[in-house]
Design a protein around this ligand. Structure first.
Ligand code: NDP
Ligand code: ZN
Length: 353
């Protein structure tokens, strides 16, 4: 039973909403429980997942939908079990807003909440009681406090917003797969997630970090982000030049039409390739050769744990990691959806109220 409260947001009513047809209207948030907070949303980053979901690209979306899962807001109401926040606190909410958190859940008790079978995503998902989750292209939001995070004072809201999904989705696999001193790391796809890949691989102390992009168009930007260089996969013979160079590659590629075999070929023996990008189409057939010949691992990764989110925010505050953002009034969201779909983000659009 959703509550009878009404929040206002930019609502997608069908798959055509992705073409800039979100409607500013009201929606009914989940019922308010003792474990929840309400927030006044000040900022929301725009993730490619918002586009996939609006257009039903990953399978049928349940409309009406309010997307947006890189949310920063101010706590305006809290349930009586919520002790970690005060009214007026600035918090962030990412792409996951609930998991079971039970003592007998292996995933929840091992810093692996994204893989809990009872996880709830921040939009287009439902809570245990059937209430639908609604995201951050809105003026207000209601979420379980256990998946909201205090934002360090040193991080401005528009810088912190895209870290809540784009940042953590690359921070987690970088951290879990050993990015750091002595390692050479490659990041495939320099978009929202990819630019965080470069920033965090550097912040974690990796020796060398390279952007693996389709062309060299983003070269000046990736150098400014701290990368050693850019590898253009449109240039013939690129993979031969980079054979056995990488300990770890994190791929944010958002299209299945990618040279996966070549990416694997540039791993060192024992190297790891982690895919986080979620194209709508299946990847083309893959020969096992590179995996077998290099004792390589092909992995996937979803978001990051709650402790990793806290750690990422603290590291960003301490090291001055700055998201590259382009901020627009949320009222202009329909225009910005088109810009994002055209690949114009440098490197994350953030909406502000
Ligand atoms: P962006 O659109 O900002 O960036 C995607 C990048 O992919 C582009 O900038 C481009 O980089 C690269 N790319 C596009 N087409 C191709 C291609 N044919 N071959 C290789 N690379 C390509 O998207 P986001 O960073 O916001 O999201 C990336 C993906 O990650 C999406 O699929 C999103 O849904 C998914 N995602 C996954 C999460 C998870 O938990 N696993 C969480 C959040 C998002 P370049 O121009 O440099 O080649
Ligand atoms: Zn996202």
């Amino acid at each position: 039973m959703p509550s009878t409260d009404e929040f206002t947001g930019w609502v997608g009513l069908d798959a055509k909403s992705v073409d800039g047809n979100l409607v500013k209207t009201t929606f009914q948030p989940k019922i308010f429980t003792d474990d929840d907070i309400d927030i006044k949303i000040t900022h929301c980053g725009m993730c490619a997942s918002d586009l996939h979901t609006l257009r039903s690209g990953w399978g049928p979306t349940t409309y009406p939908v309010v997307v947006g899962h890189e949310i920063i807001g101010i706590v305006t109401r809290k349930g009586k079990n919520v002790n970690q926040f005060e009214i007026g606190d600035r918090v962030g909410v990412g792409a996951q807003c609930e998991s079971c958190l039970k003592d007998d859940c292996y995933e929840c008790t091992h810093d692996n909440e994204p893989y809990c079978t009872e996880r709830v995503f921040t939009y287009n998902s439902s809570f245990a009681n059937g209430d639908v989750s609604y995201g951050g292209y809105a003026l207000e939001g209601r979420y379980p406090a256990s998946f909201a995070f205090k934002i360090p004072d040193a991080l401005p809201s528009e810088i912190a917003a895209p870290m809540m999904c784009g940042g953590i989705t690359v921070y987690s696999p970088l951290k879990r797969n050993g990015a750091g001193p002595g390692k050479t790391v490659g990041i495939v796809g320099i978009g929202g997630l990819g630019h965080f890949g470069l920033l965090f691989a550097k912040a974690l102390g990796s020796d060398k970090v390279y952007a693996i992009s389709r062309s060299k168009a983003k070269e000046a930007d990736v150098l400014a982000m701290g990368a050693e260089g850019i590898i253009a996969t449109k240039e013939p013979g690129w993979a031969k030049n980079w054979k056995r160079k990488f300990d770890l590659i994190v791929s944010t590629a958002n299209n299945a039409d990618m040279p996966l075999g070549d990416y694997l070929d540039i791993l060192k023996p024992g190297g790891r390739f982690v895919q986080v990008g979620l194209p709508e189409e299946p990847i083309p057939q893959l020969k096992f050769g590179p995996l077998v010949m290099l004792n390589a691992s092909l992995l996937g990764s979803l978001l990051g744990s709650r402790s990793e989110i806290t750690e990422m925010l603290e590291l960003s505050a301490a090291k001055g990691v700055k998201s590259w953002v382009d901020t627009y009034p949320m009222e202009e969201v329909n225009k910005v959806l088109g810009l994002m779909d055209d690949g114009k983000a440098k490197y994350r659009f953030v909406l502000s109220n």
